[in-house]
Structures are given as C-alpha cells and as structure tokens.
Write a protein that binds this ligand. Structure first.
Ligand SMILES: [Zn+2]
Length: 414
C-alpha cells in the first residue's frame, strides 16, 4: 500500500521535473553578446546547477524556477579583469604584496560585472601560499594569478631589484607542480636594470609553458620596447600599460608626431599581447586616441585595480570599457576584450564564454545614455554620451550583484 503511494508520488515528481521547472534561473529577453560563440542577438539564458543550461530564443517562463526580465540590457559572459592587485594585507612596509595598496577582490569585482580576476604578480613563489590562504581561498570571485619572478613579489621597489631572488626553477615548480589550477603565467615588473629580469621571467615561462606579462619602464637608461618585443618576448607574452605616456620614462607605442610606431603593429602580428592595464599612471588619451584611430587596439582591456587607480581616473572595469566606447569601439569590441580574448591569453578556454555546460558566470550590462566624463591619468577628460554599468552579476549560478533589484520581489506599499 505505502509502496504504491510512494510509486505514484515518484511518478508525479518525475513528470513535473521532466515537463516543467527545469531551469533554476532564466534571464529573459536580453541582448546576448558572446563573442566566442558568435552570439549577438536577443536570446534567453538558462542556468541550472550553477552551469549554463541553454542559450536560445523564447524559453517558456513555466520552465523557470526563477525568471529575471533583462530586456533592454546586454547579457555577456562574466567579465575577466586580467590585471588587478588583490593581495590585500598587513605586512609592515609592503605596498602590494600583503599590503594596503592591494584590495580585497569581492569588494570591487561583482559591482563592476567582473567574475574572474588575474592578480598580476603581487605575489612570488615565497608568499603565494599566504596569498592563496588569506585571499584566493576566501573569495567568491574566481582569483587566478601571475606569479612574480621575484620570490617576494611586489613587497617593495628595492626587493624587486634583487636578481638573487629571481628564481625561474622555483617559479615554474609552483606553477606546474603545485598550483596549475590558479597560476596562469609570470610577471616581470618595476626593474631598474637591463633585460635580466625579463629574461629570467621568460626562462621560467618556458619551463612552465605559460605566458609572461611585462610591466616595462623603470630602466635607467630606458630599454627599447622594439628589442623587448622581438629579441626577448615570445608570441603569447603580454605587454601591459599599452597606452602609457611619460610613465617612468617608458618608451611609448605612439611617437611624438602622433604616429603608431610601425614595429608595434608588427609585434602584435607576431603574437605579442597588448594589455591596457590602466592603473594610476598608465592610460593617456594622447596615446590611446591616435592609436585607436590608426587601428592599433589593445588585445585585452583591464584595470590594474589597486587603491590608487580606483580612486582616480580608472575607477572600475566598466568605466575603462566605456572609455573604449568613447574612442569608437563597438560594445562587441569591448566585450571581446574583457571575455574571450583574456580567456585565450591565459589558456582558460572554459572561461569568457556562454558554452552550454560552462560554469554560469554571467554579467548583465546597462548601456546608459547621458553626459559622462572619462578622465585619464593626466587628469584630462573626454566627454561621451554612453556609459556601461553592471546591472546584475552571476557567479557560478548565484546572483552576487543586483544594482536595482531586478531579480527581487517588489515591496507592496499601501
Ligand atoms: Zn599592475
């Protein structure tokens, strides 16, 4: 008798599961931009068990346990910010490695539509485990990292000059043997000497089979970026702070007559990856405007997030994306450079797209119309009529940011 009742209940349950309420969450009516899959149209996005379950037209609302109307918005893969500093902490005297210039990721990512960040060399092999324990393991944001070729990472400018602490074998060992799931490359930065630090980083990159990102430009005397691109870096290696000008005397990509140097185009053709890395001092209109006009576009749009950049002209990733809209790029161009392009650069093809079965990191963007000002690191401003804002951010299927409560119930007032 009981057995029969349970059988009937089981059948009812199975039937309702198969023919209704199959998705945990459906984002309805948004304009999906998913560059990897060439999606650029109005589509519904369904999520179940933290994964992308369907991306198609006209999903029946009855199939959704929860429905969010995102008509009028853009729906993109969760944004990837490929250059940030999130090793926040309290080491006395340190600035970025376990220091106060780094920020805790969850406080700054979801509100700008970012679901994955790549920490750009804040830690090295000596202090990466501390970074992992106190930040990466504690964050909802997916935190990946480039390991600094300097063992102590960005502890301070003097420590970053210590050639004895630049150990390609230990760096490669950490990446290959211990943390291949988190460590996606190597960082070289802030070096005052010749090409020694870059060459050590590339040596580690060859051992670990990962790319190197170079923050170039404190060398006395300055080193040639043409030599960097053709004699030292490999295709797939990254040059950050692309549109810097007068940034610690680093050679610029646009010459004093406003022309992009021909070898810069050739370097990009060779496979050198150009990263924006806006930061507190490394994005200028005087470089970016002529560069974009002449067709030289950075491959990846990123922030170089830290306490100094976020409180100045950089602000956040959607603001930096909006600057590129003001320069004439399309929304597809900027979404490509914050999703599928960085995913490929760091060899994480499972990220930056809305493949069926992918972890459901999704960003809903609002393209505002109005009067907006965008300021570079020299405090010069370009005005524009469009600005991107993160409306809703979903990380592994969970709503982690909802600016205007579009996913919530209405409060009924009498
Ligand atoms: Zn940086």
């Amino acid at each position: 008798m009981f057995r029969n009742i349970y059988t009937v209940l089981f059948l009812i349950f199975s039937f309702s599961y198969a023919f209704g309420q199959t998705y945990d969450l459906v984002l309805k009516g948004g304009h999906v931009i998913d560059p990897k899959n060439n999606r650029d149209e109005i589509l519904d996005v369904a999520i179940s068990d933290g994964k992308i379950a369907a991306v198609q037209k006209n999903i029946n609302p009855s199939e959704a346990k929860k429905l969010v109307d995102v008509s009028g918005y853009f729906v993109t893969p969760g944004l990837i910010d490929m250059h940030v500093h999130v090793f926040n902490g309290h080491t006395p005297g340190s600035y970025i490695a376990d220091g106060p210039t780094s920020v805790p990721p969850d406080g700054f990512t979801f509100r700008s539509g970012v679901t994955t960040v790549v920490d750009a060399g804040s830690s090295g092999w000596r202090n990466f485990r501390q970074f992992k324990e106190q930040t990466i393991d504690q964050s909802k944001t997916r935190v990946l990292a480039l390991l600094n070729i300097v063992g102590v990472g960005m502890l301070g400018r003097f420590e970053e000059q210590n050639v004895d602490d630049m150990n390609p074998e230990m760096t490669a060992y950490m990446i290959n043997k211990l943390y291949p799931d988190i460590l996606v490359g190597i960082k070289s930065a802030h070096y005052w000497g010749d090409f020694t630090q870059v060459d050590k980083a590339v040596e580690a990159g060859k051992l670990a089979n990962v790319p190197v990102m170079v923050d170039f430009g404190e060398h006395r005397p300055p080193n040639s970026i043409e030599s960097l691109f053709f004699d030292h870096l490999r295709p797939g290696d990254m040059f950050t702070h692309t549109y810097a000008n007068g940034f610690r005397d680093r050679e610029t990509v646009v010459d004093s007559n406003g022309k992009v140097k021909p070898f810069v185009f050739k370097a990009q053709e060779r496979g050198i990856v150009f990263d924006v890395g806006h930061g507190g001092g490394a994005f200028t209109w005087v470089q970016a405007v002529p560069a974009v006009k002449q067709g030289f576009l950075a491959n990846v749009i990123s922030t170089d997030l830290h306490t100094q950049s976020m409180n100045a002209g950089m602000k956040d990733l959607t603001n930096v994306m909006s600057k590129f809209l003001a320069l004439g790029l399309s929304i597809n161009d900027v979404v490509l450079r914050t999703t599928w392009n960085p995913a490929q650069v760091i060899s994480r093809p499972e990220l930056g797209n809305l493949d069926i079965g992918a972890e459901a990191d999704v960003t809903v963007l609002n393209l505002l119309e109005g009067d907006f000002g965008f300021t570079d690191v020299r405090r010069l401003t370009i005005n524009s009529h469009q600005k991107l804002e993160a409306e809703l951010t979903i990380r592994a299927g969970q709503i982690v940011w909802d600016l205007n409560g579009i996913s919530t119930e209405k409060f009924m007032q009498n």
